[in-house]
Write a protein that binds this ligand. Structure first.
Ligand SMILES: [Zn+2]
Ligand SMILES: [Zn+2]
Length: 345
């Protein structure tokens, strides 16, 4: 089968590999029908994910059809159309029982697919702990509607869930890339009084303006003043940082009001500074990533009910054999790309 492979720092390559086989009674083999490229894949390519194992198939955002299951898999069966969770988790350890599945203590726990074990930018993928990692896609939900459920949408949902958003709040979201928009969609479900989205790229601001006209748009320049002018208590009540740069990390706490919650959704390429003397007295609460992706069933229900729709994010489509072109487009932000869908012929 074809599998897009992490060869070494700076190099991914489409290779012919053996089709994966069951290795454990809790595994499933999924025929991938649609996958996507995530910024985290680029982090692997750029060598900023130390845990990534050279030689593995990349890709951790995908949907597909269950082809084979181990004898202990109960929730899914061959033929089921499923979303695949970015995280592998046992469902039994202390962290899993508390919903902190990102820190599952299993050797494959957390983000393993497409990082430490073979992922889904391929024709087939082996999913460990299939009962936890797979969710059946309801009949009236398409593959494209479900594509982001297991990763960036799970991230947005988790970020909104832990941010303790109240109806009187002004919520600031930094970044309107794919994760920022998924975060926005999930924040909107909490119905805060006001949502401000800050994005430096004009085309991305235009995307937000077109699809979510109720949102207040801002640019990074003068953002702290703008947020103060557009909120009641000297800054945002809740800030979600989904852009992942040094500047946005700083803006996140600068734009927060005293005693605000600052949720760091993004993954950074390098360490960030917390200038505590400057922040002293602001009494902020920081919550940091990554996602505990255990809400996929609820997210699928919200999609069925029409409350979440991420299909506008899919701006480009490629076949797996043309995945190099998809990467070139996504990595170099060509043609106003937001997300690509990669389909298997
Ligand atoms: Zn991802
Ligand atoms: Zn666990």
């Amino acid at each position: 089968m074809l599998a897009y492979t992490y060869v070494e720092k700076g190099k991914f390559e489409l290779r012919e590999k053996e089709k994966p086989m069951l290795r454990d009674e809790k595994d499933a083999i999924v025929k991938v029908t649609l996958s996507s490229i995530c910024t985290s894949d680029l982090h692997i390519k750029h060598g900023s994910v130390p845990k990534a194992v050279p030689g593995i198939t990349v890709g951790h955002e995908m949907v597909g059809i269950v082809e084979q299951t181990g004898s202990e898999v109960k929730k899914v069966k061959p033929g089921d159309r499923v979303t695949v969770n970015v995280e592998t988790f046992c469902g039994k350890c202390f962290f899993c029982r508390n919903g902190y599945v990102n820190n599952c203590t299993d050797k494959d726990g957390g983000w393993a697919l497409g990082c430490r074990i073979d992922g889904g930018q391929a024709e087939y993928v082996r999913v460990p702990y299939a009962d936890q990692g797979l969710n059946v896609i309801p009949e009236n939900v398409t593959d494209e509607q479900a594509l982001f459920v297991g990763d960036i949408l799970a991230t947005g949902f988790w970020a909104a869930r832990i941010s303790e958003i109240k109806e009187e709040d002004t919520v600031l979201i930094l970044g309107a890339g794919p994760t920022g928009i998924c975060t926005l969609l999930c924040v909107m479900l909490k119905k805060p009084k006001r949502i401000i989205v800050c994005e430096k790229e004009k085309t991305r601001r235009e995307f937000v303006r077109k699809h979510y006209p109720e949102v207040i748009l801002a640019e990074p320049e003068r953002l702290p003043e703008f947020v103060r002018e557009n909120s009641e208590h000297g800054g945002a009540d809740v800030v979600l940082e989904a852009a992942g740069t040094k500047d946005t990390f700083r803006l996140a706490w600068e734009c927060a009001r005293p005693n605000a919650i600052v949720t760091v959704v993004a993954l950074y390429d390098e360490a960030q500074m917390l200038p505590l003397p400057e922040m002293y007295g602001k009494n902020l609460t920081f919550k940091t990533g990554g996602v505990d992706g255990c809400d996929c069933e609820e997210i699928l229900r919200l999609i069925v009910e029409g409350k979440i729709d991420t299909t506008p994010l899919i701006t480009h489509r490629y076949s797996l054999s043309h995945i190099e072109e998809a990467y070139d487009l996504f990595e170099n932000r060509k043609d106003n790309v937001i997300k690509t869908a990669v389909f298997t012929e």
